[in-house]
Design a binder for this molecule. Structure first.
Ligand SMILES: Nc1nc2c(ncn2[C@@H]2O[C@H](COP(=O)(O)OP(=O)(O)OP(=O)(O)O)[C@@H](O)[C@H]2O)c(=O)[nH]1
Ligand SMILES: [Mg+2]
Length: 328
């Protein structure tokens, strides 16, 4: 017996095992996993993810179909790591390749997550919400419904008929009314998500906030300014490609060259604006956010080019980063 204890001590004294024993202890109640944020366009998915992360990662605008790619937002604490998966809004209209890409991307985000956050907009239930609800029927993954934008209801009791309608149409485990704007209910969301995460070690190093590259985030910042500044039609025909992103030691600044691709000459003119006024304004806005992203001075050059029909051409899409198997 004494012999056994001694040999156990000897084994634990070996550096390798002692370390793994430590690790085991540290991870035994650590939780980590994925929470997909899904729903139709414009319900506030990206705003919610940003607020849950406590920082702006995913771009937002009042126009539907702002998010075009899947993007991970990683929230790490001493006790858990939640990887939120922001997704493009699932939509019914739009027959172009880019619409297929966006819907496919959103659909594939359901797979292999620990919990689904289905976002709807307080007071609005459309055929697109219904289509998402239908997809979730019989889901083996738990579904939490987030009824967002409750700040639009002064009298919260007026919400009840809507909540009942949602309850009649969606199979869910929990429904949480929230306002991303006012940060109401977000702590409840995090608590709810944690219920479904398995005990396991971190999935990403703790300093990671996303799985996406700086280049990708830079192009998204510029695209956000297009979504926010342009009228109804044009932003859907526009995409952004970063041609150069490098730090210039001599000038002590980042140099970012980006191409805004549009589909028609008329769109190019709109993006440029009267005597270049619109592109200049968008550049000022984008540079501000890029300065935060890159944590340094930024020199930004924007160019507009026509690439006909890029949004309905599968090969052009893939070459522009609309790729199902993106690597960064
Ligand atoms: N009143 C109100 N508006 C909100 C709230 N959350 C988001 N919004 C607004 O709703 C609009 C859409 O927000 P997004 O976060 O871009 O929505 P989304 O679901 O990611 O949209 P897509 O990317 O197009 O699918 C923006 O104008 C937001 O400012 C909220 O809690 N209250
Ligand atoms: Mg979005």
């Amino acid at each position: 017996m004494t012999d056994n204890i001694l040999s156990l001590e000897a084994i634990l004294a070996s550096a390798e095992l002692a370390q793994s024993a430590d690790e085991l202890a540290a991870h035994s109640d650590y939780k980590a996993g994925f929470a997909a944020v899904i729903g139709r366009p414009n319900v506030g998915k990206s705003t919610i993810m940003n607020e849950l992360l406590g920082q702006k990662l995913s771009i937002t605008s009042h126009k539907p179909q702002t998010t075009r790619h899947r993007i991970h937002g990683i929230h790490t604490t001493d006790t858990h790591q939640i990887v939120y998966v922001d997704t493009p809004g699932m939509h019914l209209g739009g027959q172009k390749s880019i619409n297929d890409y966006m819907n496919r991307t959103a659909n594939s985000a359901f797979a292999d997550v620990d919990v689904i956050l289905f976002v709807v907009e307080a007071g609005r239930w459309s055929s697109e919400d219904q289509a998402v609800a239908k997809k979730l029927q019989g889901s083996p993954t738990p579904v939490v419904v987030l009824v967002n934008k409750i700040d639009n209801f002064k009298n919260k009791e007026d919400l009840f008929p809507y909540l009942q309608k949602v309850a009649a149409n969606v199979e869910f485990t929990t429904l949480i009314p929230i306002s991303a704007y006012k940060r109401n209910g977000l702590d409840l969301v995090e608590k709810e998500v944690l219920k479904y995460l398995p005990n396991q070690a971190k999935l990403f190093p703790e300093e990671y906030i996303t799985d996406r590259s700086t280049r990708f985030l830079a192009s998204e910042i510029i695209r956000e300014k297009l979504m926010r500044s342009l009228g109804e039609e044009v932003p859907y025909g526009a995409t952004v490609e970063i041609e150069q992103l490098k730090f210039n030691e001599d000038q002590n600044r980042w140099e970012v060259n980006a191409l805004i691709l549009v589909e028609r000459p008329g769109q190019k003119q709109i993006v440029i604006g009267n005597k270049g006024s619109l592109i200049k304004e968008m550049g000022i806005q984008a540079r501000k956010d890029l300065t935060t992203l890159l944590d340094g001075r930024v020199h930004l050059e924007l160019w507009v080019k026509i690439k006909e029909n890029w949004s309905d051409d599968a090969r052009a899409l893939a070459s522009l980063g609309y790729d199902d198997n993106y690597s960064s």
